[in-house]
Design a protein around this ligand. Sequence first.
Ligand code: ADP
Length: 540
Amino acid sequence: MLRGLMGEQELLVSMCIQHAARNHADTEIVSRTLDGPIHRYTYGDAERRARRLAKALLRLGVEPGDRVATMAWNTYRHFELYHGISGIGGVCHTINPVLSDEQLIYIFNHADDRFLFLEATFIPLIERLRAQLPAGMQIILLSPAETTLSVLALYEDLVAAENEDFDWPAFDERSACALCYTSGTTGKPKGVLYSHRSTMLHAFGASLPGAIAMGATDVVLPVVPMFHVCGWATPYTAPMNGVKLVYPGPKTDGASIYELIEGEGVTIGLGVPTVWLNFNNYLRDNNQNVTSLRTVLSGGTAISKTLLQAYEARGVTMVHAWGMTEMSPLGTIAALKRKHSALGKEAQTDVRLTQGRAVFGVEMKIVNDEGVEQPHDGETMGELLVRGPWVVRGYYNDEEATKAVVEKDGWFHTGDVAKIDPDGYVKLTDRRKDVIKSGGEWISSIDLENAAMAHEDVAEAAVIAIPHPKWDERPLLIVTARPGRQPTRESLTALLAKRFPKWMLPDDVIVLDELPHTGTGKVVKLKLREMFRDYIVAER
Ligand code: ADP
């Protein structure tokens, strides 16, 4: 080997904040605090305080690899924690407070966190669970509050007790920097352990012009919580690109978001579809518009055409992205290609409603049940497998879970079922457990649901598999009615028959008063499958 003669600095997360402090020292980080008032300071201030925090953590005895948990809103303190903890080789373990008690207890104990930096909002939750959490875990409060918990210190006291005389250390870029557990609705949570290298490469990839491009003229509002999947990497991509950061704290309702967007000149917002739906409703109901906003990035679940068009009408581009905790999270972005400019608006919208194309650095393929690779023809469905330098290759201390989803050559089974077209655009058709397998062929529940929801009598639709003696499984369509309407099997089947071959049509249609939902608004198909496990389609 002829070894190249270029710099071999380790890729470390601390590069981001150091770069911002040197080159964007006066660029602002604006946060809505817990009680409402706006806090503002700069990357220069943030980096100095992160240095003090790093010294405080070292004084407390944090060693490389130690898990330091955070349970906090999107504010400047959480930003400092990301950098203070990872910057000294600690592992910033963000904890999602909306998980169930059982999941939280599992996660704290499995990660064996040494410290917990706790936002006052979540004190009652931790008081309730304290007896079942690691006994040695020490608690630091992010702001003063009454509690029965035994508290080691207040955050501001820790920071105030140190000075800024500190250099960010260099160490192996393969060291872990952050930990986030998946919130899978089935099974126990699994720990995704990001490395400095994976995080930095992901931040480069995610900032590319064809991805979540952001520059030093931008103002970025991450509504997506920093307690899940590293706030879609914004704690790293923002300082890396010198953008002004605006943090919403605990308030993500339409009015609060509007105040920040207009008040701070936000150009890019990141969040799940519900956030953008609520925000659009707020604008509509209050007869308001946005002046600075030009892009909203939406991911986590699919977006609807109506929502995309509503933002379009306001002069804002809604960019659809797909990713997972296991992918840091970015996998695909639905950005157009040059050739699409020749298409009409409708056809362009169809492209933008797909989950998008792989971001540079992410490899993708689809496979059938036997693991055989399927063509990228936009028709054939298969399980989506991904591989890359920021894709998980194992879960933290969980060999069993790792074996189930990671192949020897690094391909990770996403559990999503998709089609990929010749241009590389991915269209998610199902979660693997929801796909309907009829006579060896796969039927997409999502495609049928979307088509059924276009029916004028239907409010909501879910398609599940019911067992069938000959075909193994057949689709069953379950709908709720719009007020005053009565959807029928005949009219729904007639509508679906226009788009789907006969063998894909549901064997029956059931009308329920309501469908079961999760806390985040997804239909609980598991429950529906249990309800209709023994369902027999009547001969007609
Ligand atoms: P969890 O923590 O439960 O793994 P993630 O936040 O990692 O949750 O979510 C990953 C899953 O969310 C994906 O596997 C996919 O099923 C779904 N998802 C993410 N983005 C999209 C999208 N744009 N469209 C449809 N589904 C999506």
